[in-house]
Design a protein around this ligand. Structure first.
Ligand code: PLP
Length: 396
């Protein structure tokens, strides 16, 4: 009667959502202040005031039918040019509006890109730990996700394993830096190694292999860490971006796909992106938000709060004996589970009303993810519970 595959997807909620729902139920029982929910990646820092100002100004100054009407399918010209100008200034690139396709966030950008690039039986490599929806998006495009595990010591890409995983069917490779769920930023040395392998394999197989850079967390980095801009390292790079995290606008659904001129057969690839957008119904991204981006491009929310949260947790975890991968960005910590089964560890954490996500759905068992996009005050209140948990495992 309906598609079994789609039914299964709709019927099963994600582990993260289940934990979040549990947190809501538990809050009703014991009070919100007593539940320490580290499950969801929903920004806790408000969008900058300039976003609200831009909305007010636009609603006052623009004709309502224009403001809320369809833009062209690929997006508004001024918005796309404003984004191009901003990136060119920051990264020394030379993009123009014709390189951009506006979308309803990174999820749409990825779905369109996978659909545009692949045909049946094409493979797309993803690095574990990964954002769990990659597998859903890739499979529903008709392609096959191929997992390659990152190195356990630093969670950087394992280049040797990567090279071995590339086949004649490899069409694309997805990188996500800063990473969800680990917070790790791929260092420049690894980027160069990855691109060298891609160049070599393109030659060997005589076909294009695209590097898809999923980067909603690009601006969320702490300290003097830089996130290499991948179009400068590898010509066949396509960027999937979103303002969900950098401007704290996840509910407003706005982002873009960037196809640089240097991509081989640019016209063909860009047209395929337009076609996939059309086939999936992702045309004319939200009009009001496109105009907001034109005005606010280059700005971010106050990400210093995330740095403060990260530092408080890292300090505490070092004291309590929990092991965490070096988190240079995003708002996630990836903690090694003190027992083999991460889900058993999460159950024990629940006794202290600490809600953590086991890493199995990220393709990298034996860890838990904490989203620290929560109030600093909640983090501070949760520390005694982490301490008790550490004691239960004899870590201190
Ligand atoms: N990619 C990664 C790595 C994410 O963490 C997320 C959302 O959490 C997305 C893509 C989807 O982002 P959006 O809300 O812009 O669709």
């Amino acid at each position: 009667m309906v598609s079994n595959e789609m039914f299964d997807l709709g019927a099963k909620s994600s582990v993260i959502r289940e934990i979040f729902e549990y947190g809501k139920k538990r809050s009703a029982e014991i009070g919100r202040e007593n539940v320490f929910d580290y499950s969801l990646g929903n920004p806790s820092v408000p969008a900058p005031e300039s976003v609200n100002e831009a909305i007010r100004e636009l609603t006052l100054s623009m004709n309502s039918c224009d403001l809320h009407g369809y833009t062209s399918a690929v997006g508004d010209n001024d918005t796309r040019q404003a984004i191009a100008d901003n990136l060119n200034e920051r990264f020394g690139t030379s993009f123009s509006m014709k390189n951009f396709y506006m979308t309803a966030g990174a999820a749409a950008s990825l779905c369109i890109t996978f659909r545009a690039l692949t045909e049946k039986d094409d493979e797309i490599i993803i690095f574990a730990p990964y954002f769990p929806e990659y597998k859903v998006f890739i499979s529903s495009a008709g392609a096959k996700p191929v997992e390659v595990k990152c190195k356990a010591d630093d969670l950087q890409i394992d280049l040797e394993a990567f090279e071995k995983a590339i086949t004649v069917n490899t069409k694309a490779v997805v990188v996500n830096s800063p990473n969800n769920p680990s917070g790790v930023v791929i260092n420049e040395e690894t980027v160069k190694g990855l691109c060298a392998i891609l160049e070599k394999k393109q030659k060997e197989y005589g076909r294009d292999i695209f590097l898809v850079s999923d980067e909603p967390y690009r601006e969320l980095v702490y300290g003097d860490v830089t996130v290499p801009y991948l179009t400068k390292y590898y010509k066949n790079t396509i960027v999937c971006y979103s303002y969900s995290k950098s401007l704290s606008l996840p509910g407003d659904r706005i982002g873009y796909i960037l196809v640089p001129d240097e991509v081989s057969n640019f016209e063909l690839v860009y047209k395929a992106v337009c076609g996939a957008g059309r086939a999936l119904g992702y045309v004319c991204a939200p009009s009001l938000m496109q105009r907001v981006i034109t005005k606010c491009v280059g700005q971010t929310s106050d990400v210093s709060v995330y740095k403060m949260n990260r530092d408080i947790l890292l300090d505490a975890f070092n004291k309590y004996g929990f092991k965490v991968a070096k988190p240079d960005g995003a708002f996630y910590l990836f903690m090694k589970s003190p027992e083999t089964e991460a889900s058993a560890f999460c159950e024990k954490a629940k006794k202290y009303d600490l809600l953590l996500v086991p890493s199995d759905s990220f393709g990298f068992p034996g860890y838990v993810r904490l989203s620290y996009c929560v109030s600093t005050e909640m983090i501070k209140r949760s520390l005694p519970s982490f301490e008790k948990l550490a004691k239960e495992y004899n870590l201190i």
